[in-house]
Design a protein around this ligand. Structure first.
Ligand code: XMP
Length: 520
């Protein structure tokens, strides 16, 4: 649990796929909230965290199963407003004396419509203005008897107790998922709930910036911090924030492994040195990396070589900074969130920065992670608050191993050069057509084949390349972007005409799964 002076909301996670969305909706409403798996939430934990409200999430289990997850019984006697969602609603009903049944005819998945019942209540302000409300249902069980003290305020054909409340205790329970996109008015419900619970909406990026600056100063004192700057949004925002807190006590190391895009090193280094006046070591180690990669085709071997060299090189440069005790990382909240796994046990997903994983222990460094409480969108908002240009904040993600994972087969300087040129044209085309912000990630991969072509009167025997563009939310799944034929034709023509060494262009229409985003 994080120490914060903001109003806090606790989300008890019962393992729903969409628990993170609850947190996002609340953060959008300027409410600070934390997700904790039900196994870790004891009455003691709640007292210590002192949340202003609690939300019980959905989950895959059935409360009718013996040993299924519950909230601590004392929670219901602490006088804290509670909102139960789907499984959370059923937990509430069960623990407060109602009944839940499973079995034939009780399941409901997908779009449903809730009809108002009884008097209007504050939780439903702004609801039912145009008749029934569309909601998203996803439940196998249903409540067959509500707990004493509860009344019904909304029903749906398969969920007679779609919305119930005990107004005296400020307990609210809904069968549907207000956090998902398919419940269009869901945010209003959260907004009403937090108003009822007395939140002041004190979670803003301005407030966060001030608070973090204070915390970084407290943590670091007069010691030195080093930061591996990748040029990505997370490490950049972390670096700027830390620099604002402790100035020249921070040194950034930008490792140029020779696998960056066209002009990338110059742009990143230029921006941080000139615009932010940030002490920065530009470690041009391309000879070393490309030398070690020579003749290597196996994708995993490439990754291992790059990962190991990166650590060695970073350490070598960091060692020149005398007295560094801290390592800054752009770790985000989704990286540290503990989630409930389907096997029922708590599973901890801690993704350390892919490139500097293992470094803190190896070098005996302590971590400074000022973005640990933020979602990606919030990091962008903070970047904006810190004055980073919008074009930088909105950049597509770029993988740590760089162009190495866009160059299947052997990596050569020649291929990298061709790839850089083609990629720059492709991105230029996407920008010119105003598509950049609609696409999650776009790049060119150079293929390890040459094919025969004809240009002018001559025969060519050059490389083929693949264009890739996907839409995605988090990179875990992705759809290919549906460019128009005109766009694809124009772009292919430009690449083939302008880049010496490519005579054929394909567009990759594989989704993920079954494909991956990168080509390696
Ligand atoms: P795949 O190819 O696995 O990629 O579908 C999913 C997303 O992750 C990025 N990616 C990486 N990012 N270090 C990174 O920082 C890596 O080693 C790495 N490998 C893949 C990829 O660009 C895509 O956005």
């Amino acid at each position: 649990m994080t120490q914060t002076s903001h109003d806090r909301l606790l989300i008890i996670d019962f393992g729903s796929q969409v628990t993170q969305l609850i947190a996002r909706r609340l953060r959008e409403l300027n409410v600070y909230c934390e997700i904790h798996p039900y196994q870790n939430v004891t009455a003691e934990f709640i007292r210590e965290m002192a949340p202003k409200a609690v939300i019980l999430s959905g989950g895959p289990d059935s409360v009718t199963r013996e040993g299924s997850p519950r909230a601590p019984q004392e929670l219901f006697e602490m006088g804290i407003p509670i909102l139960g969602i789907c499984y959370g609603q059923q937990v509430m009903m069960t623990q407060l004396g109602g009944k839940v049944e499973s079995g034939h005819g009780t399941a409901e998945f997908g779009r449903a419509y809730v009809t108002p019942k009884g008097p209007h209540i504050d939780l439903l302000r702004g609801w039912f203005l145009e008749g029934d409300e569309q909601v998203w249902m996803s439940h196998g069980d249903h409540v067959s008897q509500i707990a004493p003290g509860f009344e019904v305020y909304g029903t749906s054909p398969n969920a007679p107790y779609a919305i119930t409340a005990d107004l005296k205790r400020h307990f609210y329970a809904v069968q549907f998922h207000p956090e998902v996109h398919h419940t269009p008015n869901g945010k209003t419900l959260y907004e009403n709930f937090i108003k009822i619970a007395g939140f002041t909406g004190d979670w803003t990026m301005g407030a966060y910036r001030e608070e973090m600056i204070r915390k970084i100063r407290e943590q670091v004192g007069d010691k030195k911090v080093i930061c591996a700057l990748s040029g990505g949004v997370d490490s950049s925002v972390a670096a700027i924030l830390i620099h604002e807190a402790i100035g020249d006590q921070l040194t950034c190391v930008f490792v140029d492994h020779g696998l960056l895009r066209k002009n990338e090193a110059a742009e990143v280094v230029g921006m941080f040195r000139e615009h932010y006046n940030l002490p920065l070591i530009h470690a041009d180690e391309s000879e070393l990396f490309l030398g070690e990669l020579e003749g290597v085709s196996d994708p995993e071997t490439k990754r291992k070589i790059i990962g190991k060299l990166f650590i060695d090189v970073f350490q070598k440069h960091a060692d020149t900074i005398e007295g560094a005790e801290f390592l800054a990382q752009g770790t985000l909240y989704p990286d540290v969130i503990e989630s409930v796994s389907f096997s029922g046990g708590p599973s901890v997903t801690i993704k350390s920065h892919h490139n500097v994983g293992g470094l803190p222990e190896k070098m005996g460094l302590k971590l400074v992670e000022p973005l640990r409480e933020l979602f990606k969108d919030e990091v962008r908002a903070l970047g904006h608050e810190l004055g980073l240009p919008a074009s930088f904040i909105g950049r597509h993600p770029f993988p740590g191993p760089g162009l190495a994972i866009r160059c299947p087969g052997e990596i050569t300087r020649e291929k990298l050069e061709i790839l850089r040129e083609a990629d720059a044209i492709y991105i230029d085309q996407i920008r010119k057509h105003g598509l950049y912000d609609e696409i999650w990630q776009a790049f060119v991969a150079i293929l390890p084949v040459r094919t025969v072509g004809v240009m002018g009167d001559g025969r060519t025997y050059d490389y083929a390349c693949a264009l890739r563009a996907v839409t995605s939310v988090d990179g875990m799944t992705a759809d290919y972007y549906p460019f128009s034929h005109e766009f694809l034709g124009e772009t292919a023509t430009r690449i083939i005409n302008e880049v010496k060494g490519i005579n054929r262009c394909t567009y990759d229409i594989t989704s993920k799964p079954p494909g991956t985003i990168e080509w390696e």
